[in-house]
Design a protein around this ligand. Structure first.
Ligand code: SF4
Ligand code: SF4
Length: 196
């Protein structure tokens, strides 16, 4: 019995430690300092035009953050649906910038989580870095290689139909003005984040 209680206490201590660590991590991002003051009123969810599409609403995400559910939060699609309209931010009675929390979650997820959302946005980012603009075929190939290379075979017939109708182009797009500056911007961000 004593052993079971000690084990339960250890789990509670670990959960509290995880929650504090996740809150500290988010608080270190811009506008994250008052994230701990969330009182779970739900105004952010009521103000959000996209909450019905999200797996977890903004209020729920705050609850999960405060209880240290880091992996579950980073696997959620909530931050990827956020349109940065700031309706939640201007109405939060505690002055919490939920929109900035969503940015921070996307940044952390891109660095540490591997799922369909992060794979898609990483592929999008790589395509724009390479061409300075969107190139749909390149994006889809990168995304498929990251997630399920065999899906390229499945997409083949659709790709051929799109090519024949001129809806897709396999040729790289012509260089746009400013492409080099965009690549330099990527390098600068990587440098600021301590990356390559
Ligand atoms: S509106 Fe602010 S205080 Fe209320 S649940 Fe959302 S983040 Fe928390
Ligand atoms: S900023 Fe994002 S989370 Fe906030 S209301 Fe707009 S869409 Fe919803």
């Amino acid at each position: 019995m004593e052993q079971a209680e000690a084990k339960a206490m250890e789990v509670i201590r670990q959960d509290a430690f995880d929650a504090a660590a996740f809150l500290d991590e988010l608080a270190s991002y811009p506008s994250g300092e008052n994230i701990r003051s969330c009182m779970q009123c739900g105004v952010c969810t009521a103000s959000c035009p996209l909450s019905s599409k999200m797996t977890e609403t903004p209020r729920k995400i705050m609850e999960m953050i405060k209880t240290g559910m880091r992996n579950e939060v980073l696997a959620s699609d909530t931050m990827w649906y956020c349109a940065s309209c700031y309706a939640c931010t201007v109405r939060c009675p505690q002055g919490i910038s939920m929109a900035e929390v969503m940015y921070a979650l996307r940044t952390i997820a891109m660095k540490t989580a591997r799922n369909l959302s992060t794979s898609f946005y990483q592929s999008f980012s790589d395509t724009v870095r390479r061409y300075g603009r969107m190139h749909e075929s390149d994006l889809m190939i990168r995304f498929a290689l990251r997630t399920n290379p065999l899906s390229l075979l499945k997409m083949g017939p659709l790709g051929v139909r799109m090519l024949m109708k001129g809806k897709m182009n396999l040729m790289p797009p012509s260089a746009i003005r400013g492409a080099k500056e965009i690549a330099r911007l990527y390098d600068k961000v990587a440098e600021m984040e301590g990356g390559a």
